[in-house]
Every structure is written in structure tokens, then in C-alpha cells.
Ligand binder design. Sequence first.
Ligand SMILES: *Cc1c(COP(=O)(O)O)cnc(C)c1O
Length: 457
Amino acid sequence: MHEVDIELVEMTLDVMKYAINRITDRSPELGRPKAAEELKSLIGETITEKGIGGEKAFNLFKDVLMKATVPIDHPRHLAFVPAAPTRAAIMFDLVTSASSIHGAYWMEGAGGIFAENEAMKWLVSLTRLPAGAFGVFTSGGTAANLSAMVTAREFWRAKDESHIGEKALMITSIGAHSSLKAMAKVIDADVLLIPSEEELKGSQLQDAISNLTPHQRKRLFAVVATGGTTNAGIIDDLSGIAEVCKKEDVWFHVDAAYGGGALAAPSVRPLFNGIEQADSITIDPHKWLFSPYDCGAVIYKDPDLAKKAHEQEGSYLEIFKDEGARGFNPADYQIQLTRRVRGLPLWFSLAMHGTDKYSRAVERGISLATATGKMIKKRSKVELVRAPSLSCVLFRRKGWSPEDYRNWTYKNHKEGIALVTPTKWKTKDGFETVARFCFINPHTREEDIELILDTMK
Ligand SMILES: *Cc1c(COP(=O)(O)O)cnc(C)c1O
């Protein structure tokens, strides 16, 4: 028998009560950051030799620290890419932690990995990649992109011995996510950015490749298209790009970290045609598939190529690859060894709700964007910069300077109304600062949007 530790029991009840309250709160207080020195003066020393006790630490978290965070699932948090994890997924995130499952190898994590893979099969089916395609959950889109890029480069090196020792070159567009450029640094590859104003077209890619010097052409190891730019929701011409990649025999990666959720939305699915020809795809369930942080995914047309690139060798790891542990080892397909079975919350939520509900929830984000476009057209002080795309709306307040947008953002945040941040949009004369909404949360209401537009008077 365990000795009953009263403090532990109380702490457990407090934590569970807090968790239940938080996930049922549809409109949590919109917190704001404070300077680290200010937080320190409010919190004092929390890491001490004897400990300060669970109750005190938890109260400090609730009363001070939480208030210095922005609840990403707030219905009027429309900045960056918001998130709106389902209650089921959040509760199962607690279960995932409580269950202590090691998600690297089947030998230890079989049951958890099996469930993750069931969710993965659904994701893969959305892409319509050919049979044999499969993927693995990662910490996010950055890790997924990196895992795909490493795989692509290993494949390119294996194709031709003379590629070994050459610096690899990747082509993408200016709309591509910053993580691709950052991860190119990690693998020490060069990036060529095509200055496409709207979606990147196959013909533009063909021109860019034709303009490469013979040495650059030799170094070209991958093309990355975006399946929903983070800034504006623009989907590149995936079938045109796929065709060029096929003709040129170059790896085709689609970064759909944000937009990938919309593969489940029939109203926009045709925009993604061509994605089924990709060699690899990134999708972030923690963005538009209602998973808690963090959960990304990388999918490969030929997972064996990923295994060739990522499988780790080590004397203490041999046992995990034993025939007795036959099964799928997530560690072999992406950059991380020890890993959380972070696809498990998605699995539970999908199993509970069914995929139709997911489709409807994603469609809701798209229809909020369309409805917002109509609201903007009805108002005289604001105008659309471009038609809403996926769940992104770019619009301008006529006559506003970048500073006006900044002040507007801070004022709304300070008053607890909303967090909406400006962005930049490329025009003929450079970059213009404009306002941007990104809808993920199906509980955002039309009234929330009108309320925010009213603050632009
Ligand atoms: C968010 C995003 C990423 C990065 O994903 P993280 O999960 O933040 O690492 C990559 N690509 C695109 C298109 C994104 O929107």
C-alpha cells in the first residue's frame, strides 16, 4: 500500500480542477507579456532547496504567470496562426503524459504508436498520395520540414557520387515559411527564392531552373511549394510544380503546415490538386487540426528513403530493431530519437468525434474568412488587399501608417478586446503594412469580427 500523501492528493485535485475549468472556458482572459524583471519581482524565488510547496507554486502560476500569456484559443486571437485544440485532444494530452509512453520504438511504445498511426493513415488519405506513403508526427512544421529536407538531400547524394561534397541548393518562393530558410542553414544548403507575387506557378519554376548555371543545376536537390502560405493562405500551383519536378527529376516537397488541415475541407480541396505527386509533405495538426501543442507531421511518398536518412545506429539501440519488436519505429523517419507519442491526442479526438466533424470545423474557418470579406466590403474605412484565401484575410484601413496599425494592435490587446497583428504585403512599390486575420477557432463568431472591425474607426 502507498502511503497517502495529502499534499499530492490536493495538488492532483487542484490541477485537474484547473484543467477542466480552463478547457471549458470559451473566452479566457487575454493575458499580456510582462518584463522578466517584473515577473521575477511578483514571483520571487520558486526554485529552492526545500521547495515552496505545490499549492504556492500553482497559485503563482494561476495568479501571475498565466496572466502573462495569451490564450491562443481565444476566439478573438486572430494573429499569427491561432490554435483551437478540442477538449478531447487536450484531455488526452494529459493522458499521454500520465501514460509515460516512449514513442521512439515499437518495442516500447507499440500501443501508442499504433494509435498515432491510425490518425496518420487518415492524414495520409487526405493527401491522396499513392499506396505505401506514410508519415510520422513531429514536434512541429519546422522539424517536419527539416526531416523532409534531410531525406531529400540524402536521396540526392545517393543518386550520384559526384554530389557528395557539393553544397545542396533548394528552390522555393518568397511566400515560403521562414522555417525553410532557417532549416536550410541547419543542413548548410543554399536557398533560391522565386519572387512570385501570388502563387508560385510551374512555369516560373521552370524558368528559374532553366536560368541556373550548370553547377547550380547539379546542386539542385529539392523544390518546396507551399500549400497555404502562412501570411495570406495562398496555395502554389502544385500540379504545375509537380510536373516540372518530375521532368527535372527533383524532389518535390509541399509545406502545408498551416493549410494542410484544409485538405479535409471539400470546398477548397481542389486547390491542392497535385499534392498527391509530392515526395514529402508537412502538415501541422497543432495549427488547423485542433491538436494541442506540439504536433506536426511529415509524410513521405516512399518512407524507406526517410529511413535511409534518419535511422540511428548505436550499440544500445540494437535491441529495439530486433525482429521480436517488429513494427513501425517513429525514430527512423524524422530527426528526433526519444519522442512523445504526440499524435495520440489527435487520435483520441478523431476517434471520439469522427472525421466529418473535423471537416466541418475546418470549413467554419474558411467561411469565417469569406464572411469577413463581405463585412469589409460593406465598410467604407477598410478594404480588402486581396480576396480571402483559406482562412486568411488581408485588408487595409485606408490612410493608416504602419504606426497606426501597431498602436491599434497594442490598444486592442491592452483593453482585452483582441489580439490581431499587422503584416506586410508586397506591392509594386515595396512592402505595405496591412491588417491580417487568420481563423482557426470554430467558436469565433461573426460578432467578434464586427467588434474588431469597429475598433478601426
Ligand atoms: C507554422 C508553419 C511552419 C512552422 O511550423 P512550426 O510548427 O511552427 O514549427 C512551417 N511552414 C508553414 C507554412 C507554417 O505555416
